[in-house]
Design a protein around this ligand. Structure first.
Ligand code: K1U
Ligand code: ZN
Length: 185
């Protein structure tokens, strides 16, 4: 298992369209494992493949109840009107903004073995599913902000970008009481 580097705003991979997964092999399982490990170490509630520089259409989520893997997800239906809520992004550290999204979603996806399933979600899980599915299509939460709020978020980010050489965020595993990542052991 390894911690993966997270691409931050400005890295072109975050704006790419992903490619549907067709092979549910060991290398996919390894990617999913590494994505969970990276998401937990970065203290996120979701992580999509482009954030770790990969273009497989896969994301992992854990809003607190149980870990969820979504592969080739599609939003089948939105309902319940819209809801505003605060979002952050592991690829845009320390920037937050209110985003209005459909309150409830029904998502069709494949699990890690390639088996289809449907999930109905509301509240934080609905928001996180939409945020991660957006990542799989090159879209970021700042795209939904008003021009003024987006400008101010980007200006703040421009001042912080220098802390992320090569537009990469190195995630350290703080749970083990150490600050290390692969190659530094
Ligand atoms: O995909 C990501 O960048 C992960 C992102 C997911 C997310 C957070 C909030 C709303 C929707 C999707 C994060 O985990 S950001 C960190 C976080 O845990 C958080 C930030 C703000 C509000 C709630 C949680
Ligand atoms: Zn994000």
């Amino acid at each position: 298992m390894s911690l993966l580097d997270i691409h931050v705003l400005g890295s072109p991979v975050l704006r790419k369209e992903t490619v549907p997964v067709t092979q549910f092999d060991e290398s996919l399982q390894a990617l999913i494992k590494d994505m969970f490990e990276t998401m937990y170490a970065a203290e996120g509630i979701g992580l999509a493949a482009p954030q770790v520089g990969r273009l497989e259409r896969v994301a992992v989520i854990d809003v607190g109840d149980q870990p969820l893997v979504i592969i080739n997800p599609e939003i089948a239906k939105t309902e319940g009107g819209s809801a505003k809520g605060e979002e952050g992004c592991l690829s845009i550290p320390e920037i937050y903004g209110d985003v209005e999204r459909p309150a409830r979603v029904i998502v069709d996806a494949l699990d890690r073995e390639g088996k289809p399933f449907t999930i109905e979600a509301s509240e934080l899980l609905a928001r996180c599913l939409q945020h991660e599915i957006d990542h799989l299509h090159g879209k970021l939460f700042i795209d939904y902000l008003s021009v003024l709020k987006r400008r101010s978020a980007i200006a703040k980010w421009e001042g912080m970008k220098k802390d992320y050489p090569n537009l990469l965020r190195i995630v350290a595993n703080e749970k083990r009481g150490e600050h290390h990542h692969d190659g530094e052991l």
